[in-house]
Design a protein around this ligand. Structure first.
Ligand SMILES: Nc1ncnc2c1ncn2[C@@H]1O[C@H](COP(=O)(O)OP(=O)(O)OP(=O)(O)O)[C@@H](O)[C@H]1O
Length: 226
């Protein structure tokens, strides 16, 4: 269950050449020998096992329809398995479908066909924190998702502080959101996800605003929560 010795795994590293190829599934399969073998459809549920996969996708396809009525494939036959308690990174060239796959795993997009299972509770952090950080202060924003959980205000404050501490933002509790830098907003967005004690944390483009040293903080925090 632990991945302390394995801070990251690269689902795929291969660089595409030539045209803007979209077959992310082929990339994943072709370059990661440590991927778990494909399983039958019956594995697409939580079987209560400690080592059950946290994420499974099988033969996922996603297409969009243009205004002209054409169908454009974005993901083709994409499959992956991510075991519980591990941190994986999805790498690939611009436009190959990474964000699309993450949005499907987050439940924000419905695949055209294929099977997806993601352990719950799950949380997704957008590429642009301005799409996610909505409350006036840091504390209120991190507490936002805890509002309907029935926690006392003391419990909420404790969870908020712990989550902010995990991303190095505990000194910013009362700061107005609009005074934060992009990277600080991104860390607040990650803290909001961590505060909800999600089993799966999906982070889109962690590198957009965070510098390299800051990227380590939320990722390690995630492994403690998983
Ligand atoms: N609503 C849409 N309409 C048209 N094309 C779309 C739409 N959504 C995604 N695409 C296209 O699907 C492809 C995959 O997009 P996606 O954002 O998933 O790529 P990505 O790998 O995350 O890229 P990046 O590394 O640049 O963030 C791109 O070519 C993008 O232009």
């Amino acid at each position: 269950m632990t991945n302390k010795d394995e801070p990251s795994r690269h689902l795929q590293r291969r660089r595409l050449r030539g045209e803007n190829a979209m077959n992310l599934g082929n990339l994943i399969h072709s370059s990661l020998p440590r991927l778990a073998p494909a399983r039958s459809n019956s594995s697409f549920r939580d079987n209560g096992c400690e080592n059950a996969a946290a994420i499974e996708a099988r033969n996922v396809n996603f297409s969009i329809s243009t205004r002209q009525g054409a169908t454009v494939p974005i993901l083709t036959d994409c499959s992956l398995t991510v075991p519980s308690g591990q941190l994986w990174m999805l790498l690939g060239p611009n436009g190959c479908g990474k964000s699309t796959l993450l949005r499907i795993l987050a439940g924000l997009l419905t695949p055209t066909n294929g099977k997806v299972y993601v352990k719950r509770p799950k949380n997704y952090v957008f590429q642009n924190p301005d799409h996610q950080v909505v409350m006036p202060t840091v504390e209120a924003d991190v507490a936002f998702g805890l509002g309907k959980s029935g926690f006392t205000s003391m419990e909420v404050r404790s969870k908020v502080l712990k989550a902010l501490d995990a991303v190095g933002m505990s000194d910013y509790m009362q700061r107005p959101i609009q005074t934060l830098s992009g990277g600080q907003k991104q860390r607040v967005a990650i803290a909001g996800a961590l505060a909800e004690a999600c089993k799966v944390l999906l982070l889109d483009e962690l590198t957009t605003f965070l510098d390299e040293s800051d990227q380590v903080v939320p990722l390690l925090a995630h492994t403690r929560l998983a």
